[in-house]
Write a protein that binds this ligand. Structure first.
Ligand code: AMP
Ligand code: ZN
Length: 480
């Protein structure tokens, strides 16, 4: 039985969907004003694993992800200007140019990491009428008031406002900037519709005047539109608990009077060398930075799967390097067995895998089951393959297509093409020596190929060479 750790209760709870046939899931998407970094990807991998595992268990899944292209100010609590507009001004382009550029890069990044695209992707700027409808409902229900900034949510009217995040509001007063809006009744009240920024480029008409939506309303409006008033699972990064998700609940439940989400899943942060990832510290890495150093997006996927999403993780180049080496070993194992037809799934390993995954998606334990399976001499190769391929419907590591994955990985390695040609020529000489049973010569050639940085793979269909080590962690100073 699947259990999910629910942030709302701080407990693992048995999973029962509202509708037995189709699980509804909402994932807070990117604010598309800058590059997707590997920390973001840690969060999106969690929702991918959930999505994939639910499908493996036979559920249909309807997942919605928003794209924030308007309304997210420099701080989550409305401080400063709209992130996209600031970026657009600094580059002298429109906010739409910024939004579409980074949205494209985000979807490329998740595709390269084999993250399943949600069934529905919804841009905030294309859902303003839905947001206005929801705000009207909140207004009718008496949850709003007008300030000099715009229409504001009156958190005092929502009696459970502090409960979800366990906020101790009086003691946290100091953390909220009061000068965001002098007319606010409480510092944690938040903007629903902003009208005091006449120079904002993205703007719309509304019953409260020309303006644009506050950041939090989009998620409540989109989940309501595509999934209904109540949903099964809501995911996001841990930083969203205190403000964004607290406000989403206040909006959704203020409008419907019903419990909004049954299972809240939050991913702990990816840090770098013990510090928060940030541009100013120069420790913010994108998938492109990884590729430039010879690391595949799937090595990042594997590294993240090795840690529990409920725990923070420290990124070092050494950990990525080790993860890639382990993944390469896995790929080599499956590549060498590519001529074997998969047989029947081994039931005892399937059970072990399900036990790990049912324990709130414990991927590190599930990966341990995979390595036990591979090392188990009592399981024949056809069963091993079928079982590993079954696991890989969640892991998403291209195990069934390992030869191709290895070829793709070679594309990231800045190897000298002449060295590869030399190694391939030498390989021809080795084959000839072996035919003549000249083992000494065959060994000598193998060593020479090794010195060039390649290994020989003796597959039943013939021999070929592959790069020996992938990635350049040895030449990177950070973390080593
Ligand atoms: P944002 O675009 O800032 O709304 O972030 C998109 C998603 O990535 C949110 O769910 C964040 O909580 C999450 N996120 C941001 N930084 C990290 C990080 N370093 N580690 C894990 N998740 C993160
Ligand atoms: Zn959200």
């Amino acid at each position: 039985m699947l259990k999910i750790y629910n942030t709302a209760s701080r407990k693992k709870e048995a999973f029962t969907p509202l509708n037995p046939d189709c699980v509804t899931m909402y994932t807070c998407g990117m604010t598309v004003y800058s590059f997707t970094h590997i920390g973001h990807l840690k969060s999106y991998l969690t929702s991918d694993v959930i999505h994939r595992y639910l499908m493996l268990k036979g559920y249909r899944v309807r997942q919605v992800m928003n794209v924030t292209d308007v309304g997210h100010h420099l701080s989550d609590a409305d401080e400063g200007e709209d992130k996209l507009e600031v970026r657009a001004k600094s580059e002298n382009v429109t906010p739409w140019d910024i939004a579409r550029r980074y949205e494209r890069l985000f979807f490329t990044a998740i595709e390269e990491m084999n993250i399943v695209k949600p069934e529905i992707v919804a841009r905030a700027s294309e859902h303003v009428p839905d947001m206005i409808d929801l705000i009207k409902k909140l207004e009718e229900n008496g949850y709003t008031y007008m300030t000099g900034v715009g229409l504001t949510y009156d958190t005092a009217k929502f009696k459970d406002y502090a409960r979800f995040a366990g906020l101790d509001l009086d003691n946290q007063k100091a953390g909220f900037r009061v000068d965001v809006d002098d007319d606010r009744r409480a510092p944690w009240d938040f903007a629903l519709w902003i009208t005091n920024k006449p120079n904002h480029i993205m703007k719309w008409n509304s019953p409260w005047g020309v303006g644009y939506p506050g950041w939090h309303i989009e998620c409540s409006a989109m989940s309501r539109k595509y999934l209904g008033e109540q949903i099964d699972i809501h995911t996001g990064g841990i930083d969203h608990v205190k403000i964004h998700h607290t406000n989403e609940i206040a909006q959704a439940e203020g409008a419907s009077g019903k419990k909004f989400v049954n299972y809240w899943v939050h991913t702990e942060f990816l840090n770098v060398d013990g510090a928060k990832m940030s541009k100013s510290l120069g420790n913010l890495y994108t998938p492109e930075d990884l590729k430039a150093r010879g690391y595949s997006p799937l090595a990042l996927r594997y590294m993240l799967l090795k840690s529990d999403y409920k725990k923070p993780m420290d990124f070092t180049w050494a950990s990525l390097h080790n993860a890639q080496n382990e993944l390469v070993k896995l790929w080599r194992f499956f590549e060498a067995a590519a001529h074997v037809l998969p047989g029947k799934i081994d039931e005892s390993y399937r059970e072990k895998f399900s036990a790990a995954m049912d324990d709130s998606f414990n991927t590190p334990n599930a990966l341990t089951v995979l390595s036990e399976l591979i090392g188990d001499k009592s399981v024949d190769m056809p069963a091993k393959l079928a079982t590993a391929h079954y696991f890989d419907r969640v892991f998403g590591l291209d195990l069934e297509n390992a030869g191709y994955a290895l070829s793709r990985l070679e594309e990231f390695q800045q190897i000298d093409p002449y060295d590869k040609q030399k190694a391939e020529l030498l390989l021809g000489g080795r084959d000839a020596a072996r035919k003549e049973k000249n083992w000494a010569e065959a060994d000598r050639i193998r060593n020479e190929i090794d010195r060039l940085g390649f290994v020989i793979v003796d597959a039943p269909t013939g021999s070929f060479v592959r790069v020996k080590t992938y990635g350049k962690a040895g030449s990177v100073s950070t973390g080593l």
